[in-house]
Design a protein around this ligand. Structure first.
Ligand SMILES: [Zn+2]
Length: 319
């Protein structure tokens, strides 16, 4: 235990609030230092087995890539084991920089940008990006108090985009993928879910699952929300209303701002996202939004912790 522990303790105890490029290269000058940062981030209270969670661990294991051996279950492991980085041959320094870039950029990072920034192939960068996005997938608590609910459509042809509002009330639009979003005003936390259509039978249960019974829910006036078993009101966008003078709390401006951040990034960073992977991109944008007040290093540590148990095989990604 001593060697690894003393190295971990030697690292800074305080998480960094902001990270400059200079800091980044001081934090991760090589793979060994970066590996110790992953160890400290994944196991802040001491190394535990990545297979069975035992703390009976030998930290001087003789294995080329897995420095730890579990005396309880008899298996080798590393900070990558049983996480979104499982089996990756990419070094810890590149992983740390990739996590930094994705957590620090509000518009996300394309596989082309990642490929150029860390010197891996674009295919590897694409896979790394999805593994990091997978780590953002976190189950949240039910929202309470005032909650805004809205849907948006992603993809499709630019010239058809103005038709959006008209088509909202009915089924999804051709070539576009519908997404429902909820925003809890008290905490400014967001939940997003890609949906097959915008029928009431699809949308209402998502509101029930994600809000407490006494939540006050504001929606647009989509037909789908009529009869919703929640207190609240609808903004009548159809009649040109965005805020009601007599009831200024009735609006969905918060969730609409979230959609615009996603859409600007979609246009500026990613250009095209396969519907198959869209939820993972929403996990990334939702996770980054929900963690926006965390310091820079905490954002990175949360990815390391969130990645545990989220193995994502390349063949499943492309199948
Ligand atoms: Zn074990």
């Amino acid at each position: 235990m001593e060697r690894a522990e003393s190295r971990i303790i030697a690292m800074s105890e305080e998480l960094r609030d902001s990270i400059s490029l200079i800091d980044l290269f001081e934090m991760f000058p090589d793979d060994d230092t970066a590996e110790q940062w992953f160890v400290k981030s994944r196991w802040p209270d001491g190394i535990r087995c990545a297979h069975c969670d035992s703390d009976n661990v030998d930290t001087k294991a003789k294995h080329p890539t897995m420095p730890y051996f579990c005396n309880y279950c008899g298996k080798y492991f590393s900070p990558k084991t049983n996480s979104a980085m499982h089996g990756s041959k990419i070094g810890y320094q590149k992983w740390a920089i990739a996590i930094y870039l994705i957590t620090a950029n509000i518009k996300g990072v394309s596989s082309m940008q990642l490929h150029r920034s860390i010197g891996v192939t674009q295919k590897t960068a694409w896979y790394m990006g999805h593994r990091i996005r997978e780590a953002y997938k976190i189950k949240s608590e039910k929202f309470s108090g005032e909650v805004e609910v809205d849907e948006t459509f992603v993809g499709g042809l630019e010239k058809n985009k103005h038709a959006n509002k008209k088509l909202r009330a009915g089924r999804g639009t051709v070539g576009k993928v519908p997404v429902i979003g909820l925003l809890e005003r008290g905490t400014n936390q967001v939940i997003t879910q890609v949906v097959p259509d915008t029928e009431g039978e699809t949308l209402r249960p998502i509101v029930y699952v994600n809000t407490t019974g006494n939540a006050i829910v504001y929606t647009d006036d989509a037909y789908a929300y009529r009869g919703l078993r929640r207190r609240g009101d609808a903004v009548r966008h159809g009649t040109g209303e965005y805020v009601n003078k007599h009831a200024p709390e009735v609006h969905i401006n918060g969730i609409e701002s979230f959609w615009s951040i996603f859409k600007r990034a979609y246009k500026g960073t990613f250009h095209k996202i396969s519907p198959k992977h869209l939820q993972r991109y929403f996990n990334e944008f939702t996770g980054r939004h929900n963690a926006r007040s965390d310091g820079a290093e905490k954002k990175m540590v949360n990815i390391v912790r969130g990645a545990v148990g989220k193995r994502l095989r390349y063949k499943d990604l492309i199948s």
